[in-house]
Design a protein around this ligand. Structure first.
Ligand code: GLY
Length: 350
């Protein structure tokens, strides 16, 4: 059937079979390039080969966040130069968040910008990274430190690709859907948080609902001056926990860390008097029901704070949180005492 979400500058197509060929006819590019990594080259590229009416050149990069850097961009730019890509060329980014962010960055800077289409293949990238125009790469140990805001010509989502994902990856992406419910739509949170097995979901519908929230927030504040910060709910602590987990024998996926971050930051909201005890317990038990409670060794607060202080979203050395005001509504620019973070940590672990 398919669904379309219209944005100011482009459209997001969900399971619209003809979307890619129609877009290409409209754009009329001189050449088409498809950027994949080793995983999407293996699991998703055949879909394009079978469905794209026009010839294209594939550029393959290694898979994983550790390759989201300028060296990999150099490989992409070099491939474009060597195959004589001109300003009318089109780059299709077929993959997860790394492919979308890095590929979009390469396209937006190659010859001062060529057209690109995002084709996100993971749940995380379908509901988060592909929407809102943030592009970039990690640099010098800092996540997404070099980049820009630039819009694609289209975002084309095929939820069939989700079947290629391991369950752990699917659940990781699901954390962003839960977040969208918690910050913007109580009904969506209630629906998503009451599910025990997410594999049976109608992904076309839940991806649509979630992307709509992300689109509405990012269109009101495209460059994150204010409202867009609510999308960071769960991420201030969650991202620090994710980063610290990489140095342990229990590295966490992004969504696994964000799930813990959402619980701990909900505790902060409770302590600041925004949400009730009951709402906090409801959020905590629902998230633990889905993600388990196996990550007992949440890093020490000093280590979490040290990482949080490096976050580029801070201003004047202050750590700013986006917290729930109620289930379905969030605020931003909230300062929190460090002792409260310790209490949130203890409460999560017990
Ligand atoms: N992932 C948060 C944002 O796009 O602003």
């Amino acid at each position: 059937m398919g669904k379309i979400i219209s944005c100011k500058a482009y459209d997001i197509y969900i399971n619209e079979a003809d979307a890619l060929n129609t877009m290409i006819q409209k754009l009329n590019p001189s050449r088409i390039f498809v950027l994949v990594d080793e995983n999407t080259g293996q699991h998703c590229l055949h879909h394009l080969i079978a469905n794209l009416d026009q010839p294209f050149t594939t550029i393959t990069i290694p898979a994983g966040e550790s390759f989201k850097n300028i060296d990999t961009c150099k490989q992409v730019w070099t491939a474009l130069i060597e195959t004589k890509a001109d300003r009318k060329s089109l780059l299709i980014n077929l993959g997860g968040g790394v492919i979308g962010d890095l590929g979009g960055f390469c396209a937006a800077t190659y010859m001062r910008g060529i057209t690109f289409i995002q084709m996100p293949t993971t749940l995380l990238s379908q509901v988060d990274a592909s929407v809102g125009g943030k592009l970039g790469v990690d640099f010098d140990g800092y996540k997404n430190m070099v980049g820009l805001f630039s819009e694609p010509a289209a975002v084309i989502i095929n939820t069939e690709f989700l079947k290629t994902l391991p369950y752990k990856e699917l659940l990781s992406g699901y954390a962003e859907l839960l977040k969208h419910g918690l910050i913007a739509d109580e009904g969506i949170w209630e629906q998503l948080s009451s599910i025990d097995d997410i594999t049976g979901l109608d992904f076309e519908q839940v991806v649509y609902d979630s992307v709509k929230i992300k689109k509405e927030v990012t269109e009101q504040d495209p460059t994150e001056k204010g409202l867009r910060k609510i999308l960071n709910f769960g991420h201030t602590i969650g991202h620090a926990i994710e980063t610290l987990s990489f140095k342990t024998d229990q590295p966490l996926l992004h969504g696994e860390a964000i799930a813990i971050g959402m619980i701990m930051e909900s505790y902060l909201a409770k302590e600041k008097g925004f949400i009730s005890d009951d709402a906090y317990e409801y959020i905590k038990s629902s998230i633990i029901n889905l993600y388990g409670h196996k990550y007992k060794s949440v890093p020490k607060v000093d280590d979490i704070i040290a990482i949080m202080l490096l976050d580029k979203k801070n201003a004047q050395g202050k750590i700013m949180f986006s917290l729930l005001e109620e289930i379905g509504k969030a605020n931003f620019n909230q300062e929190v005492d460090y002792e409260l973070i310790e209490k949130a940590r203890e409460n999560y672990m017990n």
